[in-house]
Every structure is written in C-alpha cells, then in structure tokens.
Design a protein around this ligand. Sequence first.
Ligand SMILES: [Zn+2]
Length: 188
Amino acid sequence: MERLVSKHVVLESQVCVLCTGAMETTLHLCRECTFSREVINSNLVLAQICFTTETDGMTVLEWLLYCSERLDLNHFGSLIFLLWGVWKERNCRVWENKVTRASDVTLMSCSRLQDFINYNSSSQGGSTRRANMVIWKCPPVGCLKLNIDGAFVKETGAGGVSLEAFQLIVEYSLQPVIVETDALTVKQ
Ligand SMILES: [Zn+2]
C-alpha cells in the first residue's frame, strides 16, 4: 500500500478493510490490526511471544526477525501461515467483497499449514516436488519481480496466464521488472 501511494497510484481507500479503524500499512496489517491480532492470538505461544512490549516500535522485518529468533520452526510456520491467511482475507474483501470471520481465517490457515506439512513430509510427491523446486531469489534493489503461474484445464489441456499483472506494469510504468514463470508460451 505504501509503495502504491509513493508511486501516486490512485486508490479508492487507504482504510484497512479488516478493522476499518486505521490506515492500511504493511505494519498495520501484520501486527497492529485488531483482526490480525485476533487471528495470531488464537495460538497461545504466538500470543505470548509476538506482542511483547519489546516489539513496540519495530518495523515489520525487525518484528519477523524477532519472532523467528524466539519461536521454534513449527510456531514460526504457524505465524507465517496465519499472516498469509490475513492477507488472503484482506484480498477477498477488497476484490471479491467476501467477508470471513477471524476464527474461520484461523481454522483455514491451520488447515493449509497441516496440508503443507503432510505434503512435504510424505515420501511420495514430496521428494519429487523438492527435486523440481527452484529457490526464489530476491530481485536487485529498485527492480520489481513478477512471479506468475499458469492454469490449465485438465481435460482439454487448454491453459493460460493472467495478463492483469502485465497491464498494471504498463499502466503504472513499474520498471525495471523481472518476470518469473513456468508457463512455456510466456517464457518464449
Ligand atoms: Zn486493520
């Protein structure tokens, strides 16, 4: 949001759609918003570690680093999936006008995390998937990286990728841009 504003992108509203009580910033969405806090506080360990007075005034990155140093991998994974759930909920409200309660966002996030753990710990699929995995690399400073996935219809094999991201890049002159995709036609 802050980046869009700094690039003078006209936004309908800058108010947080989750709590409607503050301006939506990355910090607000991740740790200040009452909705996000309700979701994160559903996990008692996270509730004890993530919102101590020590963390007041931290940036998002400092806060995530602080949490990663004090939580074990499972709990830090929970935090990331809960934050992802909050972000998905924010997008559902903005783009689809759908509202889900914090308790349901929590349940869905925990379920997604469990699926992720099950999938990666199974001997089948997990090892194949890991073998094909490509490590994501951060783009150079001042450069935007666009990661896009394709989708296809299983029965017919017809598929494509969304062009909306490309349109946004052209519309707002967001350059330079690195495009990363596994869709063959876009690569070509
Ligand atoms: Zn909020």
